[in-house]
Design a protein. Structure first.
Length: 559
C-alpha cells in the first residue's frame, strides 16, 4: 500500500540544471497514474520557495523507516531559530514567555499554544542538530530582530543565519538525500498541478490533477496525504486582501507580492471542503520596506529591504512617522500597522550613503551574494568598509531609489515619481534638521526614542558592527542623500490548516481527518497559527523543519 502523498497545488521543474540529477520523472501519455511503487509522494515548490522545501525535505526523513518517497517539485533565508546556542544565556521558559508576548494568543488557541511550547522545547534536537548533521553551518554572530516596542520581543539574540542561506540549506539537504542508503525509494516529479484531494469512506486516499501545460490527468493514491503547499500570501494577492486584518484597515492600493506566485490557498480550500478547520487567515506577517523588484517575474513582484535603523521613516507628506519613531528590528507588525494609517499607506526612508553601505540589506539571496556563495572575505570587507556593491546596484536598478546632494533636490526628484501625494520639501527639511540637532547635543542628552534605541542596539556586538554611531542625515561627508519609496510587501500566512501535535489535520470539532496531514506554512507553521499575531523571526523555516519531521515520524509510525 502506498504510504503518503505530500500535496502542493502545482509542481514545476526548477531552472537550475545542477538539481536535475535528483529528479526521477515519471510522466507521459494522455492520462496516467503515478506508479504505486512508492510510499510517500511530495508535491512541493522548488528551490526558491525555501520554507516549503524544508517541510517536504524534512518529511522525506521517513526514508530511514523504509518508506519510499516521491517529491514532485514546482518552479519556482534560512534563518533557523535555535533556542540555546552560541553562548547566549537563554532557556525554553524565557523563549516561550517572549513568544507569548508577541503572539497575543486568543482564548481558543489551544493547538497554537501547544505547538509554540513544542518548538521552544525541541528546537535544539529537531532543528539545529538535524541541520548540523546535514552539514548546515551558521554565521558566528547571532542576529537580534524583533526586540519589541511596547511589549518584550526577543529578550536575547536568537536569529541564526545559515552560511549559504536558503540555497545552501536546500543543497545540503538534497545532498544528504542523494547519499541516503535508501535513495532508490525517492522519486521527484515535476509539472504536476494538484487540483483535488481524493477520499474514500471518510479517509483521504490521495490526490489528482493535471500535468501543467497540458490536459493530461494524473492521480496518486496513498495511505496518507500531507498538505505542504505554502500559504495564501502570493498569487494575485486576492486571498491576502480577502483576509486582511481589521487592525490594518483596508489593504493598500499598492501592495507588493513578496511571496510565491503559486501561494494561492488552493489546497486550503480543498482541505476546508473535506471538513478541515482553516484558522487565523486574517493573521499575516508582512514587511513594511518593500520596493518594486527590478526584474519582476510576476505581477506586483516586490523585494523586501532590511530597514536601516539610522534612517528616518517618513510618510508621503514629509512628516516623520510617530509619535514613536519607526525602526526596523523592533516590532514588524506595529510598523506595518502604523504605515497603513498614513496617507497613501506607503512610506519613505531618508538616509545617506554612509548609512546605506553599513546598514542597508535585502531579504533575498540574489542580492546577498556574499552569504549565498559563502564568500567569507567579501562578507568581512562588506562589514568593515560597507556594502557599496549592493547600494550601487539598488540605486541603479530600482525605480524606488533617488539620490541628491541637498534636500530640495532630493524632494524634487521624489515628486517627479508617480506618487499619490506630493512631498513637502520644507517639512522634510525641518524633520531632518530636528533629528540632526538632537545628535549634535550628544548621547548624554538624547531624548529622541530612535537615538535611544540605536544606543541600546550598539551595546550588542552583533548589532554594533551593522549600526552607525549616531549618524546625522545631512552630513556633507556622508553624501549623497538617498530616499527610498517603500510599500507594504506580502510575505507569510500566520494561519492555516489546524493540526494536532502529530500534524494531523483537524475538523472544527477537533477530530483528526483520517489520512490527512499538514505541515509548514500550510498549517500556519503548526496548529493553524503557531505564531499568533506576530513572530520573533527565524521561527518560520524552523517551524517548517519541525512540522515536516513530525509528520514524517507520525506517518512512519502509523499515527
Amino acid at each position: 500500500m502506498v504510504g503518503a502523498v505530500l500535496c502542493d497545488c502545482h509542481a514545476r521543474r526548477p531552472e537550475h540544471p545542477n538539481f536535475l540529477r535528483y529528479v526521477s520523472a515519471r510522466t507521459g501519455g494522455q492520462s496516467h497514474r503515478i506508479a504505486p511503487t512508492f510510499k510517500i509522494i511530495a508535491f512541493r515548490y522548488s528551490l526558491k520557495r525555501i520554507r516549503c522545501e524544508l517541510s517536504a525535505f524534512s518529511e522525506a526523513s521517513a526514508l530511514k523507516n523504509n518508506r519510499r518517497t516521491i517529491l514532485a517539485n514546482k518552479k519556482q533565508t534560512y534563518e533557523s531559530d535555535v533556542i540555546i546556542i552560541g553562548g547566549v544565556k537563554d532557556s525554553p521558559e524565557l523563549a516561550l514567555s517572549d513568544w507569548h508576548s508577541f503572539a497575543h494568543f486568543e482564548d481558543g488557541d489551544v493547538w497554537p499554544r501547544k505547538w509554540a511550547e513544542a518548538y521552544v522545547n525541541t528546537s535544539m534536537e529537531m532543528i539545529f542538530h538535524w541541520l548540523n548533521e546535514r552539514s548546515v553551518k551558521f554565521l558566528p554572530l547571532v542576529n537580534w530582530p524583533e526586540r519589541g516596542l511596547f511589549q518584550p520581543g526577543n529578550s536575547v539574540p536568537r536569529w541564526h543565519i545559515a552560511w549559504g542561506i536558503g540555497n545552501g540549506i536546500v543543497r545540503a539537504i538534497l545532498g544528504h538525500l542523494d547519499a541516503h542508503p535508501k535513495r532508490k525509494n525517492l522519486q521527484i516529479h515535476f509539472g504536476h498541478q494538484v487540483n483535488q484531494l481524493l477520499h474514500t469512506n471518510g479517509k483521504i486516499t490521495g490526490c489528482a490533477g493535471i500535468l501543467e501545460g497540458s490536459e493530461t490527468e494524473f492521480t496518486a493514491s496513498a495511505g496518507a496525504v500531507v498538505a505542504a503547499s505554502g500559504g495564501i500570501c502570493g498569487c494575485d494577492l486576492s486571498k491576502v486582501c480577502q483576509n486582511w486584518g481589521e487592525d490594518w484597515g483596508d489593504p493598500p492600493d499598492t501592495l507588493l507580492n513578496g511571496s510565491h506566485r503559486y501561494a494561492d490557498g488552493m489546497i486550503h480550500d480543498q482541505v476546508e471542503k473535506l471538513g478541515g478547520n482553516i484558522t487565523h487567515l486574517d493573521k499575516q506577517w508582512h514587511y513594511a520596506a518593500g520596493i518594486h523588484h527590478p526584474r519582476p517575474n510576476r505581477e506586483k513582484h516586490g523585494l523586501s529591504l532590511v530597514p536601516p535603523r539610522s534612517a528616518l521613516w517618513i510618510n508621503a507628506l514629509g512628516e516623520r512617522i510617530g509619535p514613536v519613531p519607526l525602526m526596523g528590528c523592533t516590532d514588524t507588525r506595529y510598523v506595518v500597522e502604523q504605515i497603513c494609517k498614513q496617507p497613501g499607506k506607503y512610506s519613505w526612508q531618508i538616509l545617506n550613503w554612509k548609512i546605506a553601505i553599513k546598514e542597508l540589506a535585502v531579504s533575498g539571496s540574489d542580492y546577498m551574494t556574499a552569504f549565498r556563495y559563502k564568500k567569507k572575505l567579501r562578507m568581512i570587507l562588506d562589514v568593515l568598509f560597507g556594502n557599496k556593491e549592493l547600494v550601487n546596484r539598488l540605486i541603479n536598478e530600482s525605480g524606488d531609489f533617488v539620490t541628491a546632494h541637498s534636500v530640495p533636490e532630493l524632494v524634487q526628484k521624489m515628486n517627479q515619481m508617480d506618487n499619490e501625494y506630493e512631498m513637502d520639501a520644507k517639512l522634510l527639511e525641518s524633520e531632518i534638521r530636528a533629528y540632526d540637532n538632537r545628535i549634535d547635543q550628544g548621547p548624554a542628552y538624547f531624548n529622541d526614542y530612535q537615538l535611544s534605541r540605536i544606543a541600546n542596539f550598539r551595546t550588542y556586538k552583533g548589532d554594533r558592527i551593522r549600526t552607525c554611531k549616531f549618524q546625522k542625515i545631512s552630513d556633507p561627508k556622508a553624501m549623497p542623500l538617498i530616499a527610498i519609496r517603500e510599500f507594504i510587501l506580502s510575505r507569510k500566512s500566520l494561519g492555516g490548516v489546524q493540526t494536532d501535535l502529530d500534524c494531523r489535520a483537524l475538523t472544527p470539532q477537533g477530530e483528526p481527518i483520517p489520512g490527512l496531514y499538514a505541515v509548514g506554512e500550510t498549517a500556519g507553521f503548526g496548529g493553524g497559527g503557531i505564531h499568533g499575531k506576530g513572530s520573533l523571526e527565524g521561527t518560520f523555516l524552523g517551524s517548517c523543519i519541525l512540522t515536516g519531521r513530525t509528520a514524517g515520524k507520525a506517518i512512519a509510525e502509523g499515527t
